[in-house]
Design a protein around this ligand. Structure first.
Ligand SMILES: CC(C)(COP(=O)(O)OP(=O)(O)OC[C@H]1O[C@@H](n2cnc3c(N)ncnc32)[C@H](O)[C@@H]1OP(=O)(O)O)[C@@H](O)C(=O)NCCC(=O)NCCS
Length: 188
């Protein structure tokens, strides 16, 4: 497979990763309400181009029931529900598996009430390890140059800043923004 990852023998539809505090598991239909509620927080559409305002229950259902399992079925992405103490505290994922030499890409959001505990870095670190363990020669992530919190998370997850992608981000409300590009390599 291009992109250096070897998924042979792995069933992505059920793939679950455990860290010290988190379970990174497939989304389930009963996650729709939690995703809908979390994505009402303005910080999520502010920094995540795929989330618009308004974000409806149908949008949450399309993500949880359609997009996330679809990527797993097709082998193009491992989108995970981030669970701590049995509760959904966020979403994260490895996207663009085998689709581009720059990838795969890691992303994340954490629900407002679960922030401040380092969960995003713990999830991103584990997902990058997972991709590298399957042979990815590099894993990247992008964060808006103004998104200081996400850039701190990237460094805490073992990523190194590579540079700036000018006008890379295109948000649903029409804004464009420069993105800081980070990567993790097998030796990092
Ligand atoms: C970015 C986000 C995922 C971080 O969530 P989190 O895992 O709870 O992160 P934490 O609050 O534990 O913060 C991790 C570190 O970043 C720092 N940080 C967090 N927000 C910050 C901010 N707005 N400004 C500066 N530093 C910030 C914290 O101080 C912490 O550093 P420390 O360990 O040295 O104290 C969360 O704020 C979020 O979901 N934001 C909206 C969506 C988003 O931006 N996603 C990323 C898109 S690239």
């Amino acid at each position: 497979m291009s992109g250096g990852m070897h998924l042979g023998g792995i069933d992505l539809t059920t793939e679950t990763i455990r860290t010290a505090r988190l379970v990174l598991r497939p989304f389930r239909p009963d996650d729709v309400d939690a995703v809908f509620a979390a994505c009402q927080d303005p910080e999520i559409p502010r920094w995540i181009a795929a989330v618009g305002v308004p974000y409806t229950r149908e949008d949450a259902a399309a993500f949880v029931l359609g997009e996330a399992p679809g990527q797993r079925r097709e082998g193009t992405g491992l989108t995970v529900a981030v669970e701590a103490d049995g509760e959904l505290v966020g979403a994260s994922g490895v996207q663009r598996i085998g689709q581009h030499p720059i990838g795969p890409e890691v992303g994340y959001w954490i629900t407002p009430r679960a922030r401040g505990r380092g969960y995003a870095a713990e999830a991103a670190h584990a997902l990058a390890d997972w991709a590298i363990g399957l042979g990815a020669p590099r894993v990247y992530l992008v964060a808006d140059v103004a998104n200081t919190g996400s850039q701190t998370v990237a460094v805490q997850a073992g990523f190194h800043r590579e540079g700036v992608l000018r006008s890379y981000l295109h948000y649903r409300d029409g804004r464009r923004a420069d993105a800081a590009l980070f990567s993790r390599l097998p030796g990092d």
